[in-house]
Design a protein around this ligand. Structure first.
Ligand code: HEC
Ligand code: HEC
Length: 358
């Protein structure tokens, strides 16, 4: 599989020929991190950085760094105190993320379900795990997960370090009964021992596995959409996009939960989905009122992340708008803000045009 780097989501692909884009992406990434030691990452990822070009770029980037350190437009990623980011951890985490040996039968990697080109989703209603099994839910995007306060659709997991246990010991996903079985398998691989020593100065174990994966996931930052340029850099939107934004945030109520710039309020809400197979937050609290409550997903990269909702039930943006325009499903727990609405054909086109640019 082709490797991905933080600057290539969907068609935002980055080439040596497109220096402007490269600089912009570096700027964004840079301004979202706390420290200079991350420069090393780029050296690793981009062969173009070797030689004279590397030093030229380092100079330009140095200037960027000075510029954005004073007044960064982008939200900073705060790493947990016990897992500060280093390029070595990210390198190991990236390797693990793309390695199918993380599953019991060596067929499924994290990237099988979180495909970089699809903004780390997989385009399927439910994902394919080991032994022909299907995941219980639709795979969410991992772009900008670094900013999330908690994880999974019921919001029950407090950090990325703990989250990575879940797919590994899910018999429908990577298929291990115990995480220690996987750790024993990976610890026997020479290359992982070498990388563990480099990154953590200790032998490969569960601490190394989970810290490295989380460090890698915290590099999946993206703030370069047309909406981001408007929001962070005050670049004007084109007319159609502006009209779409107005519909999204003023005529309709979408921005109440899908708040800018993350396009989520990170809150737990019921937007009408309510079925006895998966009651979302209820699984944690057991409260009637939580039946059908899920964490609001970000709408970033929506043009790449279909099908939608925790169960992948809505296949296109049109289907999503049909669903909301009917006023959701009207189940008893549904959020009161979700009400029926009507859009003209032109308004619908404008709204979709906007949604494809966030
Ligand atoms: C078989 C498919 C599959 C595999 C393999 C898989 N995931 Fe996921 N991932 C999912 C699904 C489905 C969810 C939603 C689960 C839920 O909410 O219950 C998810 C959720 C997540 C989340 C939470 C995102 C959020 O917004 O709350 C993170 C982070 C994540 N996965 C990272 C990983 C990592 C790291 C690996 C590899 C160790 C991995 N996933 C392997 C399917 C998969
Ligand atoms: C009360 C809060 C709330 C409001 C208002 C709201 N949503 Fe949502 N939205 C959610 C929640 C919660 C989910 C996740 C539900 C699920 O997975 O079953 C969601 C999911 C989505 C998804 C699927 C995202 C994905 O990746 O699966 C889209 C698209 C979406 N909403 C668009 C909209 C639009 C467009 C509007 C305005 C018409 C809107 N939402 C209004 C809470 C809200």
């Amino acid at each position: 599989m082709r490797r991905w780097n933080v600057f290539e989501v969907g068609n935002h692909s980055l080439h040596f020929t497109n220096v402007g884009k490269l600089l912009k992406s570096l700027f964004i990434h840079w301004c979202s991190r706390e420290s200079l030691k991350f420069l090393y990452l780029y050296d690793m990822k981009f062969k173009v950085f070797r030689g004279t070009f590397f030093w030229l770029m380092a100079l330009v980037i140095g200037l960027f760094f000075l510029a954005c350190d004073k007044q960064s437009p982008y939200p900073k990623v705060i790493d947990p105190e016990d897992n500060p980011i280093t390029a070595e951890k990210v390198a190991l985490g990236e390797k693990l993320f793309f390695d199918p040996r993380l599953s019991i039968d060596n067929t499924v990697s994290c990237a099988s379900c979180h495909v970089p080109e699809r903004a780390f989703t997989d385009g399927k209603v439910l994902s394919d795990g080991v032994n022909g099994k299907k995941s219980m839910r639709n795979a969410p995007s991992l772009v900008n997960v670094a900013y999330q306060p908690y994880f999974m659709f019921e919001g029950a997991i407090p950090n990325l370090e703990r989250q990575s246990h879940v797919p590994i010991i899910d018999l429908n996903e990577m298929g291990y009964e115990r995480i220690s079985d996987l750790v024993d398998k990976l610890a026997a691989i020479e290359e992982y021992q070498v990388l563990a020593q480099k990154a953590f100065n200790m032998p490969f174990d569960v601490f190394v596995l989970t810290r490295a994966l989380a460090a890698y996931e915290r590099t999946l930052i993206q703030w370069d959409s047309p909406f981001d340029d408007f929001y962070f850099l005050q670049k004007p939107m084109d007319d159609q996009m502006r009209r779409g934004y107005q519909i999204f945030s003023e005529k309709l109520y979408c921005a109440a939960c899908h708040k800018t710039p993350y396009f989520t309020d990170f809150g737990l809400h019921n937007n009408g989905f309510y079925d006895s197979l998966d009651w979302g937050r209820w699984r944690i609290t057991g409260l009637e009122i939580d039946k059908g409550t899920f964490k609001t997903p970000s709408l970033k990269n929506m043009r790449l992340t279909a099908p939608y909702m925790h169960n992948g039930q809505l296949k296109t943006i049109d289907e999503v708008l049909d669903y909301y325009s009917k006023g959701g499903s009207g189940n008893p727990n549904q959020d009161k803000r979700i009400r029926p609405f009507q859009l003209s054909d032109e308004e619908r086109r404008d709204l979709i045009y906007f949604l494809e640019r966030i």
